[in-house]
Design a protein. Sequence first.
Length: 111
Amino acid sequence: MSAGRNHPAYWAFLVHRLSGIALAVFLPMHFWLLASALEGEGALQAKLRWTEQPLVLAGEWLVVVALAAHLAGGLRVLALEFLPWREWQKALAAVAAGFALAAGLAFALVR
């Protein structure tokens, strides 16, 4: 592995991109589920019962972590774009990862 791919900024970039792709895949499924409300209450309730499966609940947790990671990564990119460069900005990748994991843990504990 090259030295550039072992840098925290590379991993922050990779997590930001992958979380964006995961959210882009999730969003149409989410709208499809919500659109079932137009078919009536029974159709919506049937699909909502399906979401109570353990694998779906785990996927829901992963979506929350992906959303938090994408948000934190986006804020990191904004800081890199608009703030003057400082040494502490290297730590923003670690802060973004910590935020994403904390949000996922909070969601899992509430569930």
